[in-house]
Design a protein around this ligand. Structure first.
Ligand SMILES: Nc1ncnc2c1ncn2[C@@H]1O[C@H](COP(=O)(O)OP(=O)(O)OP(=O)(O)O)[C@@H](O)[C@H]1O
Length: 432
């Protein structure tokens, strides 16, 4: 399995070592394979400080590693006992954050088939979608990647193998605490299920694999649908021509692509309703958790939710001023941007959001255009207009991000200039 995952000569594997039977057997198995497969083996233990026995577990891990000649890194972490997600989830979060800090190519975990069955039941009971029902993967590429070589093995077989090999391990007394949801599933629900379906655990693990395969197909379908609808910016019309399930699948896929967990089914259904029912041509900005679903002139895209509107700042020649979730940089140029000489003669210079009556002439001899007209011409969607930085010199607009420099302020060829550049992370309006 390790070779099939691409674990090659010279790779560094880190065994995530809790000190329990699964990861102790895993450690010994990996230690036995390291020479044949040519990888380097290290181990990491996370000391949560939650159990009175936590020091003993850390000491046991240190002893095992010393005997096998494996270097062990121990992380002392603080778990917030009042975490709203619960103690188990809080411990898991800090544990994974600590393990991600290990310098290695692969983190190797001792999860087994019974863990997989519990994970599947746990997620289904909480209304998982196809992705969640896929449970844990044996191989998760990444930096570092994750491996679970024991995922196909029953817990009882692992315990038997560890006893046969004369290994020693620690027992986490919290595993017996039925107040923890996962333990209640392990000790109450699964045994009840196995009394009716003796092969429930391997069957649930197979179901997870089936879901995982279905999830891959859904991803492939979403990628095809994205192309069909125009690529990065989707055509709202083409998107709305898709059947509901495919439209929502595509939006979920896009959310994950932006590193955000998809919103609830109810939220997606509501987004879809508004997309379908709003008159074509009307700009839309629909909340989607940490993101917003934006539609402007039939183009649809997802972007980070906007922070509070920026406020006016006095500019005294700084090379950079913070602006909303980004900044405006003032670059020294030759022949581009605003005339440095004209700016030098100015009284008060402000970086400001739009103000009532704001208008600007872009070309000499042409009429002044209202801010709204300028934005429409430049394709700036309405919700971005309050955020566009405007350089205001003695009450007059001389530069608007994404629109340009006012006539009379433009730098002549070869003349020293100042070019303001709006650097803005999540906003993808194409405004500079
Ligand atoms: N304190 C720890 N330090 C290092 N590794 C750990 C620790 N606890 C658990 N692990 C690793 O995680 C595997 C699974 O452990 P366990 O079943 O207790 O965690 P889980 O909460 O179900 O899983 P996960 O943390 O992946 O959600 C272990 O076999 C081990 O490899």
């Amino acid at each position: 399995m390790l070779a099939a995952a691409g674990v090659g000569e010279g790779a560094t594997l880190c065994c995530a070592l809790s000190g329990g039977v699964d990861s102790v057997l895993l450690l010994h198995g990996l230690a036995a394979l390291r020479e044949t497969l040519g990888f380097r083996l290290v181990a990491a233990h996370v000391h949560h400080g939650l159990s009175p026995n936590a020091d003993d577990w850390a000491a046991s891990c240190a002893g095992q590693c010393a005997r096998l000649g494996v270097s062990l890194q121990t992380f002392h972490v603080a778990v917030d006992r009042g975490d709203p997600a619960g103690l188990e989830a809080a411990a898991r979060r800090v544990r994974h954050a600590a393990l991600r800090r290990v310098a290695c190519d692969w983190l190797v975990f001792g999860h087994h088939q019974d863990d997989q069955a519990e994970t599947l039941l746990f997620r289904l009971a909480r209304g998982a979608g196809v992705r969640g029902a896929g449970g844990m993967a044996a191989v998760e590429p990444g930096a570092p990647g994750r491996l679970r070589p024991l995922l196909g093995v029953r817990r009882a077989r692992i315990e038997q193998a560890a006893r046969d090999a004369g290994l020693v391990w620690v027992n986490d007394e919290s595993n017996a605490d039925l107040r923890h949801t996962r333990n209640a599933l392990r000790h109450r629900v699964l045994p009840a299920l196995e009394a009716v379906f003796p092969a429930a655990v391997p069957a649930l693990a197979r179901a997870a694999e089936n879901f995982r395969e279905a999830d891959e197909l859904l991803d492939a379908l979403a990628a095809e649908d994205a192309l069909r609808c125009g690529g990065r910016r989707l055509s709202r019309e083409a998107l709305c021509a898709l059947p509901s399930a495919r439209l929502r699948n595509l939006l979920r896929w896009r959310m994950r692509d932006l590193g955000v967990e998809p919103v609830s089914r109810a939220r997606l259904i509501e987004t879809e309703r508004q997309l379908r029912e709003t008159a074509p041509g009307r700009p839309l900005r629909l909340p989607l958790g940490e993101l917003a679903c934006c539609v402007y002139r039939d183009e649809l895209w997802l972007e980070r939710a906007l922070p509070a509107n920026p406020v006016a700042l006095c500019w005294r020649g700084e090379t950079r001023l913070g602006w909303g979730d980004g900044a405006v940089a003032f670059e020294a140029t030759l022949g581009r941007g605003l005339s440095a000489a004209a700016l030098g003669k100015a009284g008060e210079v402000w970086l400001a959001p739009r103000w009532p009556g704001l208008a600007m002439r872009l070309q000499a001899g042409r009429p002044r255009r209202s801010f709204k007209n300028l934005c429409q011409e430049a394709g700036v969607p309405p919700w971005l207009r309050d955020r566009l930085p405007v350089l205001r010199v003695d009450g007059e607009a001389v530069w608007i991000a994404g629109i340009g420099v006012a006539a009379g302020w433009q730098c002549a060829a070869g003349e020293e200039g100042v070019l303001p550049v709006w650097q803005h992370g999540g906003i993808s309006s194409g405004c500079r």
